[in-house]
Design a protein. Structure first.
Length: 272
């Protein structure tokens, strides 16, 4: 398998290289692996049974290369894990607008400044690129400044959300449709200082609702949510392209179970 990772990407609060070095070392028990940078994946993928996209960094930094890789993989029938038909982050952030309109428990989101009056009242509103990642391009503006954004550049390319006053963020990690573990950030100002979290049945029903919506038969997904002051969970994002796993934040038995389930999933994916 060709394992795609950017070992040098300077992720805030995370070390991509450590996670992928450890995970590939564990996967080598079952698979022959070669690692490559995301820019090299398209040129190398024909020589492998499958391509596993892991901590490859925000694709907006190499959008043309990613688009070419994705198109070529689909055209040539290359197995890519996660499969490229995901409906969430791998397709951009439009799903947040669609899920809002469909009544799902997400942070209310619109993609036109003139629709901001459909959002709950807030002191500030988050404005970010629909194709963004890692908080790139994120800014906070008062309501009266939203209308001043040029419709010709803003319509359809930006997302608008009320700034939520939340207790903490919590992430739920899945392999295929199997829940693995949950982690949360007790301090809202320190997103990647994570601790193990024991989800309730309601929490898991919340997370599974989005896993079911995405309809990926195989793959790793991370459901990111925030807990409001009233105790409700709202979806922040559904990461289905290359979710960082924070495996260094879980106990060894949890890591072992995760790798076992991932190995089983990859074997099943290769057999399709």
């Amino acid at each position: 398998m060709l394992y795609v990772t950017d070992l040098a990407y300077p992720a805030r609060g995370r070390r991509y290289c450590d996670e992928d070095i450890d995970l590939t070392a564990r996967l080598r028990t079952d698979f022959d692996l070669a690692l490559c940078h995301p820019r090299d994946a398209a040129a190398l993928m024909d020589g492998f049974d499958a391509v596993v996209v892991r901590n490859s960094g925000p694709v907006l930094h190499y959008q043309d290369d990613y688009d070419a890789f994705r198109a070529a993989a689909i055209a040539r029938g290359i197995r890519v894990y996660n499969p490229p038909h995901g409906r969430a982050d791998m397709a951009g952030k439009q799903y947040l607008v669609d899920l809002t309109a469909a009544g799902y428990p997400v942070i209310p989101t619109v993609d036109r400044p003139e629709h901001a009056d459909r959002l709950p009242a807030a002191e500030l509103y988050a404005v970010k690129p629909k194709a963004g990642a890692d908080s790139i391009g994120l800014r906070f503006l008062p309501y009266e400044e939203l209308a001043a954004l040029d419709d010709h550049t803003a319509a359809g390319t930006l997302l608008f959300q009320p700034r939520i006053d939340f207790l903490h963020e919590v992430s739920f990690y899945f392999v295929d449709d199997r829940f693995q573990y949950a982690l949360y950030a007790p301090d809202p100002e320190r997103r990647w200082v994570l601790e193990p979290y024991e989800p309730t049945e309601d929490d898991l029903r919340f997370a599974r609702r989005f896993i079911d919506w995405n309809t990926l038969d195989h793959g790793i997904q991370r459901v990111d949510a925030c807990r409001t002051r009233e105790g409700a969970l709202l979806l922040v994002e559904l990461e289905d392209l290359n979710p960082y796993l924070s495996l260094d934040r879980v106990a060894e038995p949890v890591r072992e179970r995760f790798v076992a389930d991932l190995t089983e999933s990859l074997h099943a994916f290769l057999a399709v």
